[in-house]
Design a protein around this ligand. Structure first.
Ligand code: PPS
Length: 287
């Protein structure tokens, strides 16, 4: 949870990163262009991974061109307090990132031909990843325990709100031809196949060599060692680089190393209750 929060349309945000005005601007005034692609995620679901993949695809697998700017600048979070200025200097076709819930997304999107890539991740791993992230980012409260963090997460009190609302909200678009959804776990299981599917959705024709390059340069190890991708260029007043990295483990199932049996059972109970009216099978279910 953030140190200083406020609610916008009922959803928690942090005053260190967002303002009423920036959120209202994103929702009501931002002008979406037809060739924009939105990279949409709940935090810790593979946002940076997808930024890297989408930019590499944009530049036909050319890592040098894709890495001209740090990852947090080349596809900025447009809802941030300084998001407007960051997006204004992007060259088209723009790749814009957001963690916003569906109901507060830009109204102008719906009159455009822009596209959305929505990436989801097993919420247990999302919760664990965010637990570690909160320890290195100054504007987040350092959670005392997994238990405390788990409660915050399941009650929907984390920044950007309830994971269940996020997924259910965005998945209303699942049959829209401008919407592509994928999971972190699918990216891990078959990165090349996922890149090929993404290229098709984005109507980008990349040859085999270019696809191989996208796969190579978006791998965890390459991104972790790439200063343009690993967030080491963020100022230390935002993130304590001595305490850890956003490129932490990059695996699925790390929740098993964090949750007790009782915590896992509790999570499952809440999950089943919240997801029971949702008739879409999610990738990690029954695995
Ligand atoms: S944020 O702050 O919401 O933008 O974070 P986000 O990028 O969504 O999530 C961070 C987690 O994604 C992992 N990651 C990757 N995993 C596999 N391969 C690649 N290339 C990759 N890039 C980022 C990162 O390690 C964080 O997960 P955890 O579980 O904490 O390691």
């Amino acid at each position: 949870m953030a140190e200083k929060t406020f609610r916008y349309r009922g959803v928690p945000f942090t005053t260190d990163l967002h303002t009423e005005e920036s959120l209202s601007y994103a929702e009501n005034e931002f002008v979406v262009l037809d060739d924009d692609t939105f990279n949409v995620t709940y935090p810790k679901s593979g946002t940076n991974w997808m930024i890297e993949i989408l930019n590499l695809i944009k530049y036909n697998g050319n890592a040098e061109l894709s890495n001209q700017l740090p990852i947090f600048i080349k596809s900025p979070w447009y809802e941030l307090a300084h998001g407007k200025q960051q997006v204004e200097v992007l060259t088209s076709p723009r790749i814009i990132t957001t963690h916003l819930q569906y109901q507060m997304f830009s109204k102008s999107f719906f009159n455009s031909k822009a596209k959305i890539v929505y990436t989801m991740r097993n919420p247990k791993d999302v919760c664990v990843s965010n637990y570690h992230f909160a320890k290195i980012v100054h504007c987040y409260k350092d959670p005392e325990s997994i238990q405390e963090h788990l409660e915050t997460f399941l009650q929907g009190n984390d920044v950007f709100g309830c994971w269940f609302d996020h997924v259910k909200g965005w998945m209303q678009m699942k049959d829209d031809s401008r919407f592509f959804y994928i999971s972190y776990e699918e990216l891990q299981q078959d990165l090349r196949g996922s890149v090929v599917r993404l290229c098709k959705f984005l109507e980008k024709e990349l040859d085999d060599e270019a696809i191989d390059s996208v796969v190579k340069h978006s791998s965890f190890q390459v991104m972790k060692n790439n200063k343009m991708a690993n967030w080491s260029l963020t100022p230390s007043d935002f993130m304590d680089h001595n305490k850890g990295s956003i490129m932490r483990k990059g695996v699925s199932g790390d929740w098993k190393n964090h949750f007790t049996v009782a915590q896992n059972e509790y999570f499952d109970r809440v999950y089943e209750e919240k997801i029971k009216d949702f008739n879409i099978k999610l990738f990690w279910e029954d695995k």
